[in-house]
Design a protein around this ligand. Structure first.
Ligand code: FMN
Length: 147
């Protein structure tokens, strides 16, 4: 377990690979708003809860780092909400409560192996968030809408 970490902000457009190349739609957050938080945290895959102002609270698994597979020059925060949404929600307020860490960031020999690993991360997050110690955070006031 890690010290729970709260991050919030509007959803911005990422590099556009998430949905198109990987089939994994990630909701990107502006990393420069969190540079202090980011520099303090190890790159890697984390999990937790995601609150969307008008839609509710969902499980999420998140990548923090440089995405070595894509050679990014900027550290990014890319939460993948484990829920099927019918439309994009760019601009909406996203509230994240990060409660656990899965693994360090890695490079992969192929796109297929990267995608397979991300799906495995998703399954690990799904299961972990059902455990009472992590499930309890779903009701945290910081995730609730201010509406
Ligand atoms: N990228 C890597 O290069 N290495 C990783 O180990 C890695 N793990 C990830 C784990 C999760 C749970 C998620 C959601 C993404 C991960 N990625 C990793 C990042 C993907 O490469 C990234 O989502 C992709 O570049 C899409 O970015 P975009 O939405 O900005 O287009």
């Amino acid at each position: 377990p890690i010290e729970p970490l709260y991050i919030g902000g509007p959803v911005i457009k990422g590099f556009g690979r998430g949905s198109k190349v990987l089939g994994i739609p990630t909701a990107n957050l502006a990393a420069h708003d969190f540079s202090a938080i980011l520099s303090e945290h190890t790159s890697g895959v984390y999990f937790g809860w995601a609150g969307l102002s008008t839609r509710g609270v969902f499980k999420m698994v998140m990548s923090v780092g440089w995405n070595p597979y894509f050679d990014n020059t900027e550290k990014t925060i890319e939460p993948w909400l484990l829920h099927k949404f019918d439309e994009d929600f760019y601009g909406e307020e996203l509230r994240l409560l990060v409660v656990g860490y899965i693994r360090p960031e890695a490079n992969f020999p192929s796109l297929e192996s990267l995608i397979a690993r991300i799906h495995e991360d998703g399954k690990i997050a799904e299961k972990a968030l059902d455990l009472p110690i992590y499930a309890a955070y779903k009701n945290s006031p910081c995730l609730a809408s201010s509406l």
